[in-house]
Each structure stands twice: as C-alpha cells, then as structure tokens.
Design a protein around this ligand. Structure first.
Ligand code: AHR
Length: 341
C-alpha cells in the first residue's frame, strides 16, 4: 500500500509537469519564436545621421539590403545625438522588434539601454563603429570597420610618399608638420584612427621626421573641416606639410580653405583622408588630394544576413570587419568609374 501511494504520487507529479509544459508551449520566448519559422523579421535600426557622403551610402546600403532580404526596417535618424539613439533603442524594445542594430555615435554610455534590450530578449548588433561595454554579452555581433588599421595605413602611406617624392619640410626645418582633422569626439573611429596613426608613427624608424603640429575635430563634416582648416592656416599657413583628415568630407572642405589661402592642395600640402567616396576621387583626379584609405560603408547585405542567422540561433562571428583598400591619386581615374559610393 505504501509503495502504491509512492508510485501514484510520482505518476501525478509527472502528469502535472506535462500539463505545465503543454500550457506554456504557446508562450515561446522571443528568440525561439523567430528561430522556429521564416516569419518576417522586423529590425530596429538607429543611424547616427547624415554627416558625410559615406554616411549617406551606409544608410542606402542598409535600406536597400533590408528590402532585398524581406526585412521590415524601423529606421531612426539620431541627428548626431546619443540621447536620440538611446530613445530610439527604447522605442524598438517597447515595439518588440525581433532584432536591434545601431551605429554607436560614441564608444561609451550604452550599458544601461543594452541591458534593457537583453532583458527583453532582443538581440543587438553593433554596426560600423565600436562600443566600450562592461559586459560584452550585451551585443551578439559587430559588423564594421577597423579604424586602428586605417590610421596605420595612413601613416605608412605618408612615410613612403614623402620619401618617394623627395619632399622637404616647407618651413626649412627637420620635420614634416602634420595637421589632423579629427572625427567626432568620443567616437571609436576618431579614437582608433588617431591611435593607429600615432602608434605607426612612433613605431617607425622615421619617427623623428614627423611632428603632429595641429589636431582638432572637424566633426566629420565638410563645413567644419573647412572652418578648422581655415584656422590652422591662419596660425601655420607656411608650416603645414601634410593634412590627415579622418574622413574625405573634411578633406574636401579643407581643400577649399587651402585654395582660399593661396596654396595648392595636393602639392604644397599633401592630403590623405579616409573613406574613398567618389568626391575625393574627383579631387585626386583634379590633382587636389593625394590618397584615400577605404572605409567600406556597404555593410547592408552582411547586416541582414547576420541578423537572419542570429534569429535562427546559428553561430555568428562576434567581430566582422569589412574589406578595405587604399587608393593613391595615380589610380583614381581608373578606379572612379567602378566606385559604388
Ligand atoms: O564611422 C565611419 C565614419 O563616419 C566615416 O569615416 C565618416 O565619413 C562617417 O561620418
């Protein structure tokens, strides 16, 4: 009798468990729901704005890739403000999107909102720029560019070019003076490009030939690039040998300032920048710029492909860097017709 009671209670407990599991099967967690079918995906995407030619190409790439991939895109433009991005991410969470992707305007300040996304079981992808987080599990994948490598390529090209061209410092001194137009303060790309450049310079056997004379943010825009270059030229018109602009748009603005100051961009001042947008290719063809290091904005297809994998619970790489080249002026005319942005 004692044994029979024991068996009966085990059977009853098992039946209860089956019932509980049965009832809750209609309430699958979010990631299982998305993984279980080919249901249409909704992605919340927070873009930082439209500060440059590059950014416009990046936005177009994301939008067209979403359309091609059948992903419904909730697109939000943050107008260069982190607080707008945080608001957008919160609104994506409230709407219950399947996945969130965003371009972090600056590196820090994302922990709280990304924790909220994680608590809501919404996977997050970081696009283009990097973030500094206390907990790396707050995002699933990062797709973007390697800004430190870009900065290193810039220095390597300058060092080779100055030697090949037999350049001598314009002020008659022993060092080439470099002016830098930096990107958005606090952004991973500005920090990475500057650090990569400085590290390569410090590590070079020619370190003593160079001096970073001026360095200031031009906020990645053409207008600010022009304004800051004007002020550089006011103080040091006859000292600057090289301009390194963290993006092509600032270089294009600076070219106008250099011409207005009565100097020849690309000749009196050697100009190298980052992005490889069509505008800088034309400037190189016109002899007004010398080199561009590519930063590839065409990330849309990879973003959509990765989002689908994440939602099917497939393994994805944590950090994916897109391929990037380097284009000096002598290849500009040949390459421009093939450029997609
Ligand atoms: O984050 C990528 C950078 O941001 C690009 O170099 C620049 O043009 C853009 O605005």
């Amino acid at each position: 009798m004692k044994n029979f009671k024991k068996i009966l209670s085990v059977v009853l407990a098992t039946m209860m468990m089956v019932l509980v599991v049965g009832c809750s099967s209609g309430e699958k967690p979010k990631e299982e729901k998305a993984a279980s079918s080919d249901k249409k995906i909704t992605m919340g995407f927070s873009q930082i704005g439209a500060e440059s030619e590059w950014r416009t190409a990046n936005t177009e790439s994301v939008k067209s890739a979403a359309q091609k991939a059948g992903v419904t895109l909730q697109f939000s433009d943050a107008q260069q403000k982190q607080e707008n991005q945080i608001k957008a991410i919160r609104s994506f969470i409230a709407q219950g999107v399947d996945i969130i992707a965003f371009v972090p305007i600056v590196e820090t300040g994302w922990d709280t909102v990304l924790k909220e996304a994680k608590d809501a079981k919404i996977p997050v992808m970081i696009v283009d720029r990097d973030v500094k987080l206390s907990d790396e599990s707050l995002f699933v994948a990062k797709i973007g560019t390697d800004s430190v490598a870009e900065g290193k390529k810039v220095f390597a090209w300058i060092d080779e070019y100055m030697a090949k061209q037999n350049k001598t410092p314009r002020d008659g001194g022993s060092k080439f003076n470099i002016a830098v137009l930096e990107g958005t303060v606090g952004s991973s790309v500005a920090v990475g490009r500057q650090n990569g450049f400085k590290d390569a310079m410090t590590a070079s056997k020619n370190v003593d030939k160079y001096n970073i004379l001026l360095s200031q943010t031009g906020e990645f825009t053409r207008q600010k690039g022009q304004e800051v270059m004007e002020s550089f030229l006011k103080s040091d018109r006859d000292k600057i040998d090289v301009l390194f602009a963290h993006n092509d748009d600032m270089a294009l603005g600076a070219i106008q300032a250099i011409e207005a100051a009565g100097l020849k961009p690309g000749k009196d001042i050697t100009i190298i920048s980052i992005d490889a947008v069509k505008g800088i290719f034309q400037a190189m063809i016109d002899g007004k710029a010398n080199c561009t290091v590519e930063c590839n904005p065409l990330q849309g297809d990879l973003i959509m492909e990765t989002a689908k994998k994440i939602l099917k619970n497939e393994k994805v790489e944590k950090h994916v860097y897109v391929e990037e080249g380097i284009f000096p002026a002598d290849v500009a005319a040949k390459v421009l017709p093939e450029r997609k942005y």
